[in-house]
Design a protein around this ligand. Structure first.
Ligand SMILES: O=c1ccn([C@@H]2O[C@H](COP(=O)(O)OP(=O)(O)O[C@H]3O[C@H](CO)[C@@H](O)[C@H](O)[C@H]3O)[C@@H](O)[C@H]2O)c(=O)[nH]1
Ligand SMILES: [Mn+2]
Length: 521
């Protein structure tokens, strides 16, 4: 940990600053899991012994009975191997706590990457709720940027993003002023504000302002509905365009509506990105979209840390960024060494009664990830994680830390593509310490340099998707990226499970058809 962050936790004391996080090993659970594993192992050993005895005593038997015994023994050994691997998720369950109050100094920049692919299946209003909820995170506005990738290149989504930005100009200051807990407007206005303002008089005080902001939210809804029916917007776009459109990047600043909050506290940037798509070029699904966002954000704000969010997973609390920073900025125990990412659980707000499609993933997010956290950390789980940009770019952790700033420009271009802007962003990382990576001197990037890094030909011949960024070989890009980019290079992860308020809440498929489509992958 370098000066900036840690010293500030207790400026004038000689004692070491208090840690930014704590870890608790759940000892009774560890003991119970290990006892259970011992019993299981003893029983399996008995079965294997039984197989071996049967084999030996049957040595004079027919070839078919002998091969039956061998096949059964192999099957048991395979199951034993799989079971042994699964014990890593139960071996040492831990829980972590973050102390954001101790983070007093300047925090590093964070870029939030939100991906959407289909305005029909993922309605723009829902996507905008995710975008606005991220803009309202409890984090300095000047250190936060939100990027929305629209793989469909839909004019409706672009218009919705501009309207959402206008709404955020009222919503974000409102959330900050009243320490609103739920930054997700739809949920907040549906009643998730019971614990805000401490009840009583304060509630009365904010009621008036709440009504005004609610009106703006209703207007956002009405505007998006109207745009859906407006031929001049939706009419210019057909489904075929989803696979075939130019790159378009817009840093949204338009102050469309005069009736929003004028109190210009620094608002997070919002950047709309439709990467170029052509039928002849593989687009690599979500991983391709995220890599395009990584490049665009590298050129625009170049934050040291990145939060990835699916468009159907909104921020349900404002604290996740500061919580994640407590682990990421604290390089010494109890925070894990060489931490690349902090994963939050995927939780859902629309589980069906009795969760008949087992969408809750309770075994993963309620059990195994705590166990993995006690070993090397949970797997990368697609959405709801804060990750170091340099680790995503393929850097290795200490002692062999990669320092992009000392690399030759030619070498960087071979790996990262030929954008001078992107290469400059990589080299602006002085001394190899990501935490102090700052935004490039703020000359707004020219539209051409943004379109260049979002074009489909950009990645040809580079390491994107293999050695750099999210991995391409599978649609479950998260698992592969987690292994190859992070764990196999020596990085670790941490699991952050805030209670009682989940940091993020997503939507799950609610009918059999959609469940089957999802699980087929
Ligand atoms: O070509 C594509 C396809 C998908 N997406 C976006 O990717 C996200 C995830 O896709 P979704 O269809 O919602 O997949 P799920 O099955 O819900 O995703 C789960 O499984 C994925 C693969 O493991 C993980 O990446 C996700 O985080 C995890 O929620 C969504 O925001 C999509 O809009 C794109 O941007 N471009
Ligand atoms: Mn999803």
């Amino acid at each position: 940990m370098e000066d900036g962050e840690k010293k500030a936790t207790k400026p004038d004391s000689q004692a070491p600053p208090p840690p930014l996080s704590a870890v608790h090993v759940n000892r009774p659970l560890v003991a119970a899991n290990r006892a259970m594993a011992a019993v299981h192992a003893a029983l399996v050993a008995a079965v294997i012994a039984h197989r071996a005895m049967a084999l030996l005593s049957d040595s004079a038997g027919s070839a078919s009975s002998w091969s039956r015994h061998v096949a059964m023994a192999l099957a048991d050994l395979t199951l034993l191997f799989l079971w042994a691997l699964s014990q890593s998720g139960l071996w040492r369950p831990v829980t972590r706590a973050a102390f954001p109050d101790r983070l007093l100094a300047a925090v590093p920049r964070v870029d939030v990457l939100v991906v959407t692919a289909d305005p029909d299946k993922e309605p723009p209003l829902g996507v905008m709720n995710t975008v606005v909820s991220a803009m309202a995170l409890d984090y300095p506005g000047g250190a936060l940027s939100v990027y929305l990738s629209d793989d469909a290149g839909s004019p409706l989504t672009l218009l919705a993003a501009r309207k959402a930005y206008a709404f955020a100009r009222a919503w974000v200051p409102f959330c900050r002023r009243h320490s609103v807990q739920c930054p997700w407007p739809d949920r907040y206005f549906a009643g998730d504000d019971a614990h805000d303002g401490g009840g009583g008089d304060r509630r009365e005080e904010i009621a008036e302002e709440r009504r005004r902001v609610k009106k703006l939210y209703d207007k956002l809804k009405a505007d998006i509905e109207a745009a859906k029916k407006d031929e001049s917007i939706s009419g210019s776009w057909t489904k075929a365009k989803r696979q075939d459109h130019d790159a378009y990047v817009e840093i949204i600043t338009a102050k469309e509506d005069a009736d929003v909050d004028d109190e210009e506290e620094e608002l997070p940037e919002l950047v709309y990105v439709a990467r170029e798509k052509r039928r002849a070029w593989p687009h690599h699904f979500k991983a391709g979209a995220l890599n395009a966002l990584l490049r665009v954000s590298g050129v625009v704000s170049n934050a040291a840390y990145v939060l990835v969010l699916d468009c159907d997973m909104a921020c349900n609390s404002r604290t996740s960024a500061m919580d994640a920073m407590c682990f990421l900025l604290d390089g010494s125990p109890p925070a894990p060494e060489n931490l690349a990412f902090v994963q939050f659980p995927q939780m859902f707000h629309n589980l069906s009664h009795n969760d008949i499609y087992t969408n809750e993933l309770r075994y993963v997010f309620g059990t195994r990830w705590f166990g993995m956290d006690g070993v090397r950390g949970p797997f990368l789980s697609g959405t709801g994680f804060y990750v170091r940009r340099d680790a995503l770019y393929g850097a290795t952790p200490p002692p062999r830390s990669t320092d992009f700033s000392s690399m030759d420009a030619g070498e960087l271009k071979t790996r990262f593509g030929h954008s001078d802007r992107l290469v400059a962003s990589l080299r602006s990382n002085s001394g190899g310490d990501q935490r102090h990576r700052r935004r490039l001197p703020h000359v707004p990037p020219e539209p051409e340099s943004l379109a260049l890094v979002a074009s489909c030909a950009y990645e040809a011949g580079t390491a994107w998707g293999t050695g750099v960024g999210f991995m391409y070989q599978s649609v479950v890009e998260d698992y592969f990226t987690g292994y190859q980019r992070f764990f196999s290079r020596g990085w670790t992860s941490a699991y952050c499970y805030p209670e009682p308020r989940p940091a993020f809440l997503g939507s799950v498929p609610t009918n059999l058809n959609d469940v089957l489509v999802q699980n087929k992958r």
